[in-house]
Design a protein around this ligand. Structure first.
Ligand code: NAP
Length: 302
């Protein structure tokens, strides 16, 4: 038996991936999500499919919660309450509609939940993996110009120094475009982080990035204006557009299947094939700076 940890198992892609993993023989899952009925429900459904399941209540917008969750996981692993940790899927994501909104630690909410919380969690657990192990981060094609996503007010990233990106906006309420840029910046940060993380992870820990394809009907846009959500619902009927039910099992496969063994260096998997990222997503200076700035931001919140 080996254990997989997944964040954001309560809906959308994370829920579908969780249920896909739960049906596999010998599955043991650490479900890390906001405590409440949705977490309890997915845990129950996973158990009903035969998995051994541990629920870990954690709000990713509070770094103290993330540190406590990591410490609980370390304790479960060292005491043998959970089987050795072989995979971590950093799936949870959010798109805050107002970039003035701050996390509990004072960081812009989208950057805090998608990126900083996972950097804290992974940093705290890096020494706890049983190798060979896989870390799968969630990317998005919105990091570069993408006409389809722009239709949903998600423009490409506009990179700045990470300390600046982490600072909530001030003044009048910024529009949906700012919210989309914040999301794309967080996803570009994940790519830079994945490349740098591979340089710091010990031998046998492989880092990849999964892009599920466009799933316009999920709750990711739950706080967007009604008109944007209506466009999303309409677009979700276009053939070829993905859904959590289609992409969830693919994410589970990248984390667990022999087929993907050895995938590393932040390799970018679009649904079921590895694709090369655009040149903007490979930048040693930005990757180094992000690593250093992340340590500063996490330290300040400790
Ligand atoms: N939808 C797309 O087209 C698309 C495309 C590319 C990449 N992605 C990425 O795929 C991943 C899953 O997205 P999705 O579309 O499935 O979104 P979703 O349906 O909104 O699910 C997001 C998950 O993240 C969790 N989450 C959000 N904020 C949290 C917080 N503060 N603390 C703990 N958990 C939190 C949610 O938990 P709650 O139930 O508690 O809210 C939920 O389980 C994200 O990383 C997203 O960026 C999505």
């Amino acid at each position: 038996m080996t254990t997989t940890l997944i964040t954001g198992p309560t809906r959308g892609l994370g829920r579908a991936a969780t249920l896909a993993m739960a049906g596999r023989p010998g599955a043991e899952l650490l479900l890390l999500g906001r405590a409440g009925p949705a977490l309890a429900a997915v845990a129950e459904q996973a158990r009903a499919r035969g998995a051994r399941v541990h629920e870990i209540g954690c709000d990713l917008s509070r770094l103290a919660d993330v540190r406590a969750a990591a410490s609980a996981v370390r304790e479960m692993l060292s005491s043998g309450k959970a089987a050795p940790l072989r995979a971590l899927i950093a799936n949870a994501g959010a798109m805050s509609p107002d970039t003035r909104t701050a996390s509990a630690d004072g960081y812009e909410l989208t950057f805090a939940v998608n990126y900083l919380a996972h950097a804290q969690l992974i940093g705290d657990l890096l020494g706890s993996f049983a190798t060979p192990a896989r870390i799968v981060l969630l990317g998005s094609n919105t990091y570069h110009a993408n006409i389809w996503r722009r239709m949903l007010s998600v423009p490409e990233a506009d990179w700045r120094d990470p300390v600046d990106i982490a600072r909530p906006a001030t003044g009048d309420r910024p529009g949906m475009k700012a919210s989309g840029v914040a999301y794309s910046n967080a996803k570009l940060a994940i790519l830079y982080y994945a490349h740098e993380l591979q340089r710091h992870a010990g031998p046998g820990v492989d880092v990849s990035v999964f892009e599920p394809g466009w799933m316009p009907g999920t709750s990711l846009s739950r706080d967007a204006p009604a008109a944007v959500r209506a466009v999303g619902r309409g677009l979700s009927r276009i053939p070829g557009v993905s859904t959590p039910e289609r992409s969830g099992p693919l994410l589970a496969s990248v984390a667990l299947d022999e087929k993907w063994a050895g995938l590393r260096d932040g390799a970018f998997v679009l649904k079921d094939r590895v694709v090369e990222v655009k040149p903007v997503a490979r930048d040693r200076d930005r990757e180094r700076r992000l690593w250093e700035a992340t340590a500063e931001l996490l330290e300040k919140a400790a």
